[in-house]
Design a protein around this ligand. Structure first.
Ligand code: AHR
Length: 652
């Protein structure tokens, strides 16, 4: 009896899940609609989750300059005679350094060990570039060593360097690793050499970096970003723009010039969450504004910097700071000077600094956001003060204003009319919302004002409950939502998922687009949704209807169509959020038979276990799968699997 009940239940559930229904989607192939901006889908970078130091920025030493506030030996363990000094160092904006004295009677020798960012990732047989600034006391040269210590406490690669003379000099060496270990350490010491030396800016990079740039970015993470083909690149955040207070806000001028003299700043995500305290989270600014513009150029992405409007992070209710209006000019100058740094001639003050850093040609920055998630009665007054001067000097720069931290509500309703009145070019909207919100959000932009400022969906991600994490469930909801974003490409002109990067051992925020440890990275399933939209964005929207209506969730179906007039393709994206397969006829109406060059379409399927995420050990749990579907005349008959996202590419 129990057995037959079970088989009935099984049969019933199979039939619920697999009976396909029939739908007729009609694409009007003759009516290319509004253009889709080439910059439409992009990336949002913030140094959260150890995304910069410990992440994209390939430096392997934490606190290389001994300047973490109030704790100059953070990240280091010392042995023998080591003291911290702050007078007479080579870099005035990072004044601390260490003095090492070794004596014959010291059994341990003298030295210090760096723990890296939750360890130092080393790979067998790979080369690492070690460097430091040093000076020696006395007439004789002093020998130092730098060696990898693996997780078992064994020496796994070493270099020796002689320090001579009492002038600060840069020394370099190369270490070849004898092992692969995600949690190694670097021991720098004096061994059998005696005397006193001073050391500063102790640095270690993999020889292999993105584009082989000295002191550059981690190649695997940068490649994953490049593979998104981002159209726009928002930087440097996020709340980090605003800082815990005004003094620790992000100041771009501190992030350019020689890395050794970029003053270390605390990271705003250090104490944000009580259960995830990171007192060792600082910003070295090794990934600063020059490197950012350079990455934009590498990726072919438009830079979209975000600058402080004079408010520290407003989430710290009661502790937030606002600069007085009559002290705002230095903040406005920062904006004007940044435009000159990016776009000015090499003969201009800030353009010259860019040229001296190796890029005489301008970076052609088009966008600038003033303020991150700002709200309250004063923001629009402050923004206006910026806009008056920016518009006057740089009328072609597109200015992005904020609609606050919420996707709707009192502040949102207050800010949008203010942004319209100010005539900002784009309004930055942020939404970290539920699955349901994202599915319903497929119609969000259908009735937006076509004449007002455009929308920059500057931070968004679907947050599942009860656990917020990357999953196919979230990715599917995002894919459904984006059909509506794309259909309304005349309103929403830019969109960037957030946050971008997270270290598996040191994160503050989940979900994120890409996860990494000290050796590997993994693309989340949400990454693939972004990538599919970015690669198949087309050039113009095409009308696609079901029974004469937009496809915005009827029986769980969401769809949008675009044409790519350059590649001569029609692309149809379909998300099926229901638990039933759907038989869909995609009819290309008003298209001459002979305009189809191939009788087959490419079909890209993204489907996975709703609860699963791609992990470092299982990176391919849910990835796009490509197959071919035959066309029948101008019609494409497809079975859209239950709970799946699909992209159909038809060549004209
Ligand atoms: O993306 C994480 C944070 O979310 C950003 O720093 C902030 O702008 C938003 O609240």
């Amino acid at each position: 009896m129990i057995k037959s009940f079970l088989s009935f239940a099984l049969l019933a559930s199979i039939s619920v899940c697999s009976v396909a229904q029939d739908y007729n989607f009609v694409v009007d192939a003759k009516k290319p609609g509004v253009p889709i901006q080439p910059d439409m889908y992009g990336i949002f970078f913030e140094d959260i989750n150890f995304g910069a130091d410990g992440g994209l920025y390939a430096e392997l030493i934490k606190n290389r300059s001994f300047d973490f506030t109030n704790a100059p030996l953070t990240g280091w363990t010392t042995y023998g005679l080591v003291s911290v000094q702050d007078k007479g160092g080579p870099f005035e904006r990072n004044p601390h350094y260490v003095r090492l004295t070794n004596k014959f009677e010291l059994l341990t020798g003298t030295g210090l060990v760096n723990e890296g960012f939750k360890g130092i990732g080393i790979k067998k047989d790979e080369k690492y570039k070690f460097s430091l600034y040093a000076r020696a006391y006395g007439d004789k040269p002093v020998k130092i060593f730098a060696e990898f210590i693996d997780s078992k406490n064994e020496n796994r690669g070493r270099v020796e360097i002689e320090i001579s003379g009492n002038e600060w000099k840069k020394y370099t060496g190369e270490i070849i690793s004898k092992t692969t270990d995600a949690h190694a350490k670097l021991n720098v010491g004096m061994g059998g050499s005696y005397g006193t030396i001073d050391l500063e800016h102790i640095s270690l990079f993999p020889a292999k970096t993105w584009k082989d740039r000295e002191g550059g970015m981690r190649a695997d993470i940068a490649q994953a970003l490049a593979d998104l083909h981002p159209g726009v690149f928002r930087f440097p955040g996020g709340c980090i723009v605003e800082g815990n207070n005004l003094a620790t806000r992000y100041q771009w001028k501190n992030t350019i010039g020689p890395v050794e003299n970029r003053p270390v700043n605390e990271n705003r995500w250090n104490y944000e969450f009580k259960h995830r305290f990171f007192p060792d989270y600082f910003q070295s600014y090794g990934l600063g504004f020059f490197e950012y513009f350079q990455l934009c150029e590498d990726f072919g992405a438009q830079p979209l910097p975000v600058l402080s409007v004079g408010f520290s992070c407003q989430f710290q209710r009661g502790r937030e700071q606002v600069v007085s209006l009559d002290s705002l000019q230095p903040y406005i100058d920062d904006a004007l000077d940044l435009i000159e740094f990016a776009n000015g001639p090499a003969t201009s003050k800030w353009g010259k600094i860019r040229a001296d850093m190796g890029h005489p040609a301008p970076f052609n920055m088009k966008y600038l956001a003033v303020g991150n998630e700002q709200w309250g009665a004063q923001y629009h007054i402050y923004l206006k003060a910026f806009m008056d001067q920016i518009r006057k000097k740089y009328p072609n720069i597109k200015i992005v204003g904020s609609s606050g931290p919420d996707s709707e509500g009192a502040e949102f309703d207050r800010l949008w009319p203010q942004m319209k009145e100010l005539k900002v070019d784009l309004v930055d909207e942020h939404f970290y919302r539920s699955v349901d919100w994202f599915l319903k959000g497929a119609t969000r932009y259908d009735n937006y004002d076509r004449k007002g400022p455009k929308v920059f969906a500057g931070e968004y991600a679907c947050h599942t409950r009860p656990v917020k994490k990357n999953s196919f469930e979230a990715a599917l909801a995002e894919s459904a939502f984006l059909t509506g974003v794309e259909r309304n490409a005349d309103v929403v002109q830019l969109a960037t998922y957030a946050p971008l990067l997270a270290h598996v051992d040191a994160w503050q925020w989940n979900p994120d687009l890409i996860w990494f440890d000290n050796l590997r990275m993994v693309k989340s399933v949400n990454y693939y949704v972004q990538q599919l939209y970015s690669h198949y964005k087309g050039t113009n929207v095409l009308p696609i209807k079901l029974d004469g209506a937009n496809i915005t969730g009827q029986d769980g179906l969401y769809a949008n169509a675009v044409i790519d007039v350059q590649k001569r393709q029609i692309i149809v994206k379909v998300a099926n959020a229901s638990t039933m397969d759907k038989n869909v006829k995609i009819q290309l109406a008003n298209l001459k038979q002979r305009s189809l060059v191939k009788p087959v379409a490419e079909s890209i399927l993204l489907k996975g276990d709703m609860d699963k995420e791609n992990a470092l050990d299982e990176p391919n749990t849910t990835v796009p799968k490509v197959s071919q579907v035959n066309l029948s005349g101008n019609d494409l008959h497809v079975k859209v699997p239950a709970q799946s996202f699909n992209v159909y590419v038809i060549s004209l």
